[in-house]
Design a protein around this ligand. Structure first.
Ligand code: ATP
Ligand code: MG
Length: 526
């Protein structure tokens, strides 16, 4: 007797359909699993058997051969238990033979007591099932909200195998999980608000410009001036996630097993703050069964590198390629896995080891050579990938003691609205020049979403400046000793400042402000 049931596996952040063929022959009891299963899949045998018995179903006495197809893809994890169980129950007649299984997909791990346990990557699997034309998706109860974010397929959250069998046999029918409508335009509920940060008007303005153009930013200043505070609040001034971005970001988190029970789609931009002692694999991604790293967990959000000079050189070097490509590709014997990683990077640092170099109080105890050595730990290529650098001076007493209400400082919402306006202005402007929104691409054919993504050709095309602005840039180029890269960065940032002012051309004042956001190069790195 043969039965075919569907399940789903993971490859990178995408799901793929796995067909589970169960053949049961009335011979001496046997249980064999083929089709490139990993150790966790092989252990399904023990879990399924014991779960059956503990749920009050005698495990059928037969020789079972189970084949997971396609055979060329490695099957990982314990999520195939549900499908294997369903196949066995169907072959043995414990699930009625007339129940249609071909339009259903089963994912979930069994505990020995017969309860279903959540697995990672359910969102991606549910998308794959829907795309393969499946009508119903069965998942452990704790993953149901996540799967229900997918439109066009009915999702059933199942607590234990008895529930599943009773539902399929029509004895106690479950209701599908209601699809939660998530409003992505609604105010994103961030706990930390820009209004908490007092003073630091220049730094706040720089953060706003960074958010409007998607520019990476470096904050330098003595301890306790609000660098970490500002960085943490960056997601709250970025435009709300779009539905597509939310799906992609949630997929990455789901595949990493980081979604909490009951989470449907992530509606906030992620903020990841890896410690400088972290390994390259945890940062970039990898492992025998490749998992996304911090850079991918920050996809569509913010990657914060606090105390940047403390990061070992091999780690910051490893970051360069993901920043450039916005994807990470991990090659393994059984194929290449690609994870997305499009993020804004915020780096923070003290200007020296004691933290007080340049502080008006004169309390810095570092020798100038040591300061230079400390600063030079940020390599040139890394610095090249950071469009904006800004210094945070110590707060005055008046600033710190200012009243604690929003009349003193702008809220994240106010700033975010301006950021959104600048981004839509930029999108329209670029679409006008390119001849359609779908034509706004860089040299490598990738769509440009913000000014930070402009390459040399993009800068020539989209960063058109007035004659006065060009003159100012020319004189800055020579007097400040800018490099070619410094020149491009100033133009990109000036383009963003012009977008914030809804100006089609880059004007003198926009160039002047952009130069201000770069002049630490000379102070610290010349
Ligand atoms: N601009 C500010 N407005 C309000 N509070 C501030 C500000 N700056 C610092 N603080 C207070 O100081 C604390 C430390 O700030 P934060 O962690 O942002 O400093 P930092 O610049 O990151 O310092 P470090 O260099 O030590 O990491 C905050 O929790 C806050 O209470
Ligand atoms: Mg800090």
């Amino acid at each position: 007797m043969l039965s075919k049931v569907y399940s789903a596996g993971l490859f990178g952040i995408d799901g793929f359909i796995v067909s589970v063929e169960v053949d049961g022959q009335p011979r001496l009891p046997q249980f064999e699993l083929v089709g490139l299963p990993d150790a966790a899949v092989k252990e399904a045998k023990e879990r399924v058997k014991t779960a059956c018995e503990n749920s009050g179903y005698p495990f059928p006495e037969a020789a079972f051969l189970i084949n997971l197809a396609p055979a060329y893809r490695r099957k990982e994890g314990s999520g195939f238990d549900a499908a294997i169980l369903t196949g066995i129950m169907s072959v043995s007649g414990l699930i009625r033979r007339d129940v249609t299984l071909s339009d259903k997909c089963f994912v979930g791990e069994l505990s020995l007591s017969g309860d279903f346990r959540g697995v990672r990557g359910v969102l991606s699997m549910c998308v794959a099932a829907r795309d393969a034309g499946m009508k119903e998706f069965f998942v452990p109860w704790e993953n149901a909200a996540e799967a229900a974010a997918v439109e066009g397929i009915l999702v059933y959250g199942v607590k234990n195998m008895r529930q599943l069998v009773d539902h399929l046999n029509g004895r106690a029918v479950l209701s599908p999980m209601p699809r939660k409508e998530i409003s992505f335009t609604a105010r994103a509920p961030y706990e930390e608000d820009f209004a908490d940060v007092k003073g630091q008007h220049l730094a706040k303005r720089a953060m706003e410009i960074a958010a409007a153009g998607g520019h990476n930013i470096l904050l330098i200043g003595p301890p306790g001036t609000g660098k970490s505070m500002l960085a943490k609040r960056l997601p709250s001034i970025l435009p709300p996630l779009t539905f597509e971005e939310a799906i992609e970001t949630t997929k990455v988190h789901s595949v990493s097993g980081m979604l909490t029970e009951g989470t449907s789609l992530l509606s906030r931009r992620p903020f990841r703050s890896p410690h400088h002692t972290m390994s390259a694999v945890s940062l970039i991604g990898g492992g025998a069964n490749p998992l996304p790293g911090e850079v991918s967990l920050a996809h569509n959000g913010v990657l914060f590198l606090d105390e940047m000079p403390e990061f070992p050189k091999q780690i910051t070097d490893a970051l360069r390629q993901p920043i450039e490509d916005e994807t990470v590709t991990i090659t393994r014997a059984n194929g290449r896995v690609t994870f997305p990683c499009s993020f804004m990077m915020v780096a923070a640092m003290n200007p020296c080891r004691c933290g007080y170099f340049g502080d008006p109080s004169g309390r810095c105890t570092c020798k100038i050579e040591d300061v230079k050595k400390y600063i030079s730990r940020i390599s040139g290529p890394m610095l090249d990938r950071i469009d904006i650098q800004i210094e945070l001076p110590p707060l005055s007493y008046e600033e710190l003691a200012a009243r604690d209400d929003n009349t003193v400082c702008e809220t994240s919402e106010t700033v975010r609205n301006r950021v959104c306006a600048a981004r839509s202005y930029a999108a329209e402007r670029m679409a006008k020049i390119a001849g359609g929104a779908d034509q706004v691409k860089n040299g490598r054919g990738k769509t440009i979403h913000c000014n930070a993504q402009l390459d040399a050709a993009g800068i020539r095309k989209y960063c058109v400046a007035t004659d006065e602005a060009n003159l100012l840039l020319r004189s800055a180029y020579t007097s400040l000793g800018l490099s070619a890269r410094g020149y491009s960065r100033i133009l990109r940032v000036a383009r963003t400042i012009a977008d914030m002012a809804q100006s089609e051309l880059i004007r003198e004042e926009h160039i002047a402000e952009a130069i201000q956001l770069r002049n630490l190069d000379r102070k610290y790195w010349s």
